[in-house]
Design a protein around this ligand. Structure first.
Ligand code: DUC
Ligand code: ZN
Ligand code: ZN
Length: 476
């Protein structure tokens, strides 16, 4: 199957131009001056399908490098399966995800990874890779980390939060980072001081401060800044490259900025919720159905931050200055009914997570509309840098000959209203209910196959393939 996309504006991380894109089979064959004639033939006449992208942007498919499909967490499991979550991703212009396989204390890393392969194989709408959560750093898991690169898993995640669940203490972090320095695996860090958070949360609960808002009060920014600093210094000591996930506090951004200025291989990711939503939104949220428990929809960790402290402004700035390099979702959906409501009487029991895998491209495009970031930076933050960061560059994140035919046609004049009534994620609510999007994902092509076109879903489960990843291109 040969597809030619004509008349569009092709946008990359470094520029934009009027060009036609030829996809042959699963890969991009050529990016051509408009109306090109090849070997005397009118190209449009020799292909199977021509898509007219006049007035629209032609961008590389989005890469969401932080999702949690089916994650067992908080006494339940994330409500999107690999099937529903990746289909929703496709609807939103994301053609690759990187999810987190889980190993817990006492379990073998190999078994955790095998379990994730089993959940995802044959189910996904788009291509998928894995990071490895090491929830129990011990001699066996450290030894198993030596085998990860051969499996195409070149990054692992540690948690400084969630004592008794995924938590690693400093000694464990030090050992895992030594392994990271030795193997080239990128250390991903959930940087919040979990033991201190648990003390504050218990104190709040004893004062009957149990509504969802207090989740954010307990998870104070000082505890994100402190953990980020500690992770940076342990990385400095061991020589481990460090990637801090879901950064929400401006003080944590400042930690990353000085470490980068100091020459360390330190990177940071933020998520749409930290750019648009605040602790006050959560406090003010009351509904007929849920009363003040409505705020549970926005319980995630790291938490939403106070709008009076300037975190959002600082985060947009950091996206421009490259103190933060990319935007993922931390997609971890839970329904209100039967899941979030486990914490109806105590915020500590609310499963943490927001579902956004379908909306990341649209939400970040609003930064272009409002002048916070350029069109090129939009592509860089959502696709090109994730590919480079996680060893997919050349295949993903670019529209160039030889790359996978992952292409999104985005209409800047289209309109989208986000709602649980119309989204494709398996969630009974939306953290983004009523958000008006200037722009629309019109057509989504994954390895040459049209998955979404003009409001219709044309893909099938199992279209997505496992992505064996290389080492991070930022380290070589
Ligand atoms: N944060 C979340 O909000 N959900 C899953 C895990 C995490 O770290
Ligand atoms: Zn996390
Ligand atoms: Zn996460």
């Amino acid at each position: 199957m040969k597809t030619l996309i004509i008349n569009g504006t092709v946008v990359s991380a470094t520029g934009r131009s009027q060009a036609d894109v030829l996809i042959d089979g699963e890969t991009i064959a050529a990016v051509l001056a408009p109306g090109s004639v090849l070997l005397g033939h009118d190209l449009a006449a020799s292909v199977d399908r021509v898509i007219d992208a006049r007035g629209k942007y032609v961008i590389p498919g989005g890469i969401d490098a932080h999702t949690h499909m089916e994650l067992p967490f908080g006494g339940t499991a994330a409500s999107d399966t690999f099937e529903t979550g990746t289909r929703a991703a496709a609807w939103g212009g994301t053609t690759s995800i990187i999810d987190f396989a889980v190993q817990r204390t006492g379990e073998r890393v190999q078994d955790g990874l095998a379990a994730w392969h089993e959940k995802a194989a044959g189910e996904c709408a788009v291509d998928y890779g894995f990071h490895q959560i090491i929830g129990g750093v011990d001699d066996a898991s450290l030894a198993a980390m030596d085998t990860l690169v051969d499996e195409g898993i070149t990054s692992f995640k540690l948690f400084m939060a969630y004592p008794g669940v995924f938590y690693s203490d400093d000694a464990q972090i030090l050992k895992a980072m030594q392994k990271s320095a030795e193997t080239g695996l990128l250390t991903m860090m959930h940087a919040e001081n979990g033991p201190a958070i648990d003390v504050l949360a218990e104190q709040l609960a004893k004062q009957a401060k149990t509504s969802p808002y207090f989740h954010g009060v307990a998870r104070a920014w000082q505890l994100e800044e402190e953990a980020t600093h500690r992770a940076i210094m342990l990385g400095n000591l061991t020589g481990a490259p460090l990637y801090v996930v879901h950064v929400s506090a401006k003080q944590a951004v400042e930690q990353l900025a000085w470490a980068r200025d100091d020459g360390q291989n330190v990177f940071g990711e933020t998520c749409p919720q930290y750019l648009y939503l605040s602790l006050e939104d959560q406090l003010g949220a009351v509904s007929e159905e849920w009363g003040e428990f409505e705020g549970a929809k926005w319980v995630c960790s790291t938490p939403l931050r106070s709008k009076h402290e300037g975190h959002q402004h600082h985060m947009w700035q950091a996206l421009r200055t490259n103190d933060i390099q990319m935007v993922s979702t931390d997609h971890c959906p839970f329904c209100m009914k039967g899941q979030k409501e486990l914490g109806a009487n105590d915020f500590r029991a609310i499963p943490n997570g927001i579902g956004s895998v379908e909306h990341r491209m649209d939400l970040m495009y609003q930064g272009v509309v409002t002048g916070q970031i350029s069109l090129e930076r939009w592509v860089e933050l959502t696709s090109t840098t994730p590919a480079r960061m996680f060893g997919l560059h050349g295949r993903k994140g670019v529209i160039q000959p030889g790359a996978d035919g992952d292409v999104v046609i985005y209409d800047p004049n289209g309109r989208t209203t986000i709602s649980a009534a119309t989204h494709h994620m398996n969630m009974d609510h939306s953290a983004w209910e009523g958000f008006q999007i200037d722009g629309h994902v019109d057509t989504v092509i994954s390895r040459g196959k049209v998955l979404v076109d003009d409001g219709a879903y044309l893909g099938r489960k199992g279209d997505g393939r496992y992505l064996k990843r290389g080492l991070s291109q930022y380290l070589i």
